[in-house]
Design a binder for this molecule. Structure first.
Ligand SMILES: Cc1cc2nc3c(=O)[nH]c(=O)nc-3n(C[C@H](O)[C@H](O)[C@H](O)COP(=O)(O)OP(=O)(O)OC[C@H]3O[C@@H](n4cnc5c(N)ncnc54)[C@H](O)[C@@H]3O)c2cc1C
Length: 441
């Protein structure tokens, strides 16, 4: 049986980065699917390239991480402005608190009055928020919540805003004082969260180009998962049996895969945790890519259009042409449209019905009648979204603690059940690789 220094479960975004940063350590990635990249994969279809796990843009508050991403991409990136809109009040700029300046004066007046009322509302003004709804209500007022923040977030998360935890908003959603919000409503604003106003994107190859730029330093096994995971107390080595029946062993075991897959393989079985892990809620994601021929009357589509309308499920449309012209032939327009799917509903999806619904929403959002799309594709990303309820957080902390007590090192969005972007995922992966480099020497 071959002994590796490190075994990495999952070859999504973080798995290959960890492997890339291990210095002279024998390592192997076990990946369930037939490619690396996980949610950061891109697919080519008839000269159109699209990000299958939803469009991924590169941004970070950390200059160091951005620099590492730029270095990894070499010349293959460009910087773009986040030209996004919300399909509300006839179309306003994203984020809402800036875009409100483009709305009718009566709407702006209502926004300011409701904002003042929220800030005066004793029950939520103590900043002791109970849930994501309280957070938004205090920060943006009742009207903004009713029109945009509640419906849009309920579409993304597939549950009531009052059941969602607000801790993930830290550093992601800017909280502004009331005078700044009033300035914003009259058009005197800077561009929202500075680190998100502009972003990077690969010129060629879609977001997968970023994932691919971190070449794993060891071996990779595709279309494999582990059947059993066991720690040999005598040798202190991890012994894994793969689904194919093959055995491998390693000094360190890193998991970037869902808790449930680790616990189902762990031997001896931790029945207590297996029961508990079933309570954890994830959401999956359905994406459609549609392409059609441009005509003389085609209007330019912005980077993204957010859709808070609860009468349809699709929440965001993104222009692939905007991300990079190299991903779409000159005479074509191509977009991605996304919808969240709650766990357990994937088998009841009728892709043909979904395709028609999604295509109707595309035409509604870009305000054009287009006939039939020339090309389309769909992709289902299982467990794409970690769901932030306080109940989930409690269970997650307990399970993560127990898995780590077993000696398994957890990393990444699925591995730690954290709602993190690529920059934070990269940071976790780099730190973990450094830690192992130091331990093994
Ligand atoms: C809709 C959406 C939009 C996003 N947009 C952005 C964005 O614009 N910018 C940004 O910075 N970040 C964005 N992100 C976040 C980004 O996708 C994640 O930070 C990143 O993918 C995390 O990488 P990971 O390796 O932890 O997880 P993943 O990329 O999900 O990789 C997990 C890997 O594990 C594999 N796997 C699963 N189970 C097993 C098993 N049992 N055995 C072996 N392998 C297994 C999977 O096949 C996958 O390859 C977005 C995420 C989503 C869902």
């Amino acid at each position: 049986m071959k002994i590796y220094d490190v075994i990495i479960l999952g070859g999504g975004f973080v798995g290959p980065i960890i492997s890339n940063k291990l210095i002279k350590k024998s390592n192997i990635i076990i990946e369930k699917s037939s490619n690396l990249g996980g949610n950061c994969r891109s697919k080519q279809l008839d000269n159109i390239i699209y990000d299958t796990g939803g469009p991924h843009i590169i941004f970070s508050k950390s200059d160091g991480i951005l620099m590492d991403f730029k270095k990894a991409l070499g010349q293959n990136f460009h910087e773009l402005y986040r030209d996004a809109y919300i399909d509300l009040y006839g179309g306003i700029k994203f984020p809402y608190e800036n875009g409100i300046a483009e709305a009718d004066i009566e709407i702006r007046k209502k926004f300011i009055k409701s904002l003042i009322n929220s800030r005066l509302n004793e029950s939520i003004s103590k900043k002791d928020f109970q849930n994501l709804g309280d957070f938004f209500e205090f920060n943006f007022g009742e009207m903004a919540c009713k029109d945009y923040f509640f419906p849009y977030n309920e579409k993304i998360w597939n549950m009531s805003i009052k059941d969602l935890d607000y801790s993930w908003t830290k550093g992601r959603v800017q909280t502004l004082p009331i005078d700044k919000l009033v300035d914003n409503a009259f058009g005197d604003y800077s561009d929202g969260n500075k680190h998100q106003a502009n972003f990077l994107y690969p010129k060629e190859g879609g977001i997968q180009a970023l994932a691919n730029s971190f070449k794993p330093s060891g071996e990779i096994v595709f279309n494999e998962t582990c059947k059993t995971i066991k720690k040999n107390k005598d040798s202190n080595l991890w012994e894994l049996q793969l689904e194919s029946g093959e055995f491998i062993s390693g000094k360190h075991l890193i998991s970037t895969i869902p808790f449930i897959d680790v616990l189902n393989a762990l031997s001896p079985v931790r029945e207590d945790l297996v029961q508990m892990v079933r309570e954890i809620k994830y959401n999956s994601l359905l994406t459609f890519m549609f392409a059609w021929e441009k005509t003389g009357s085609s209007v330019k589509i912005p980077l993204a259009i957010y859709n808070p309308d609860l009468s349809d499920d699709y929440h965001r449309l993104t222009s692939i042409n905007y991300l990079s012209e190299t991903m779409v032939p000159d005479n074509y327009e191509a977009v991605i449209i996304e919808k969240t799917i709650p766990m357990g509903f994937e088998n009841s999806l009728d892709i043909e019905v979904e395709k028609d619904n999604a295509w109707n929403v595309v035409q509604k959002l870009i305000k054009q009648k287009l006939g039939e799309p020339k090309l389309y594709d769909s992709h289902f990303s299982e467990m794409a979204y970690v769901v932030n309820t306080s109940e989930n957080t409690k269970i997650k902390e307990l399970i993560l603690g127990e898995i780590e007590k077993e000696g398994i090192l957890c990393c990444g969005r699925l591995g730690r059940f954290e709602y993190i972007n690529m920059d934070q995922a990269y940071d976790q992966a780099s730190k973990l690789a450094d830690q192992i480099n130091e331990i093994i020497g």
